[in-house]
Design a protein around this ligand. Sequence first.
Ligand SMILES: Cc1cc2nc3c(=O)[nH]c(=O)nc-3n(C[C@H](O)[C@H](O)[C@H](O)COP(=O)(O)OP(=O)(O)OC[C@H]3O[C@@H](n4cnc5c(N)ncnc54)[C@H](O)[C@@H]3O)c2cc1C
Length: 333
Amino acid sequence: MKHVIIGAGVAGITAARTIKELDREAEVVVIGDELFLPYKRYLLSEFLSNSIKRDELLFCSVRMLKELGIKLRKGTWVKAIESSKKMIKLLHNEVVHYDKLLIATGGSPTLGLVLQPHKKHIHFYYSLYDTLVLKEKLPEIQKCIVFGDGVSCLDLICMLRNLGKQVTYITKGERATFALDEYDFEGELQEFLEEKGIEIITEDQIVSIEETDHGYKVETIQQKMLTTDIVFAWDYYKPNISCIEGSAIEKKLGILVNVNLETSEKGIYAAGDCVEIYHPGIKDYWINFGMPNALEQGKIAGKNMLGQHEEYKIQEAIVFNLMGQSLKARWWK
Ligand SMILES: Cc1cc2nc3c(=O)[nH]c(=O)nc-3n(C[C@H](O)[C@H](O)[C@H](O)COP(=O)(O)OP(=O)(O)OC[C@H]3O[C@@H](n4cnc5c(N)ncnc54)[C@H](O)[C@@H]3O)c2cc1C
């Protein structure tokens, strides 16, 4: 039986590992577009602030892949899925056949219409590649502007502040909540950050970014003119699901799956940040972002690709280290 997995992140690699641990004979091929060995995305800030070394980022080594017999194809983009022929198409038109398929393509920061034209002046903070580029630039950077939402944004702000950078955070919201349930901080997250020296501008957004001799000039919708050495910005996190375009796999914002993580197409599963699953509590489909979820879904998808019928239980919260304080966070409001 040939199991093909698209995406070499936490969910994809965990599924591959689970399959091989349960069935040594299974053929497992993981196809990922990044050029690096699978790594722990959630530790990028620790790496950037030199708290951990690069090899501590590794989620699995070449040795582990070899021992388990997992074939990893790095630097390879999957462009389409043809479920009627049980095959996927790679960017260079190579065709790969499968018996069972897992889509574990994650989600990434995305720019809306206003920021799109300024893309070349914006630094993303999502991948090891982004982090390596940033590591080179950081010594010359003092002033940073961050515009965005979600825990990865909070993570970025904390890392920059811990490195002694001057941080201005701009949010469209009335308060800086990072789209989280602030339960642990009883609504005081913004005050906590301000006490730590973060400047917070609310109910505003970046409308233009201009390069100058000394950095960037940033204009906001409230007509504030700011100067900075670097701009980090994104409007929202979006599941990476371009590979299902043109297929019959059902989607909303993410790929829709049932409790067994199977999509609307038989034999095709999906796991991690690219997935939308029914949440009985909020009575709607919901993206269960976060590392613990990606791990758990990867494990369950792997088992179910081998014919088991394990159900995924919603992971309610993650715990985030906020400058030494524990923040119990949800990814929705
Ligand atoms: C800076 C940062 C800090 C974070 N901190 C935390 C934290 O503290 N706690 C927490 O719980 N979570 C955190 N997260 C989120 C966490 O890292 C993700 O939830 C987790 O990595 C999701 O795993 P995944 O396997 O679903 O997707 P990913 O890790 O995103 O992996 C998906 C992979 O698939 C690849 N891919 C996409 N499309 C294709 C295609 N068509 N063909 C081939 N490959 C493709 C992607 O490039 C990527 O390599 C953080 C994320 C970031 C960016």
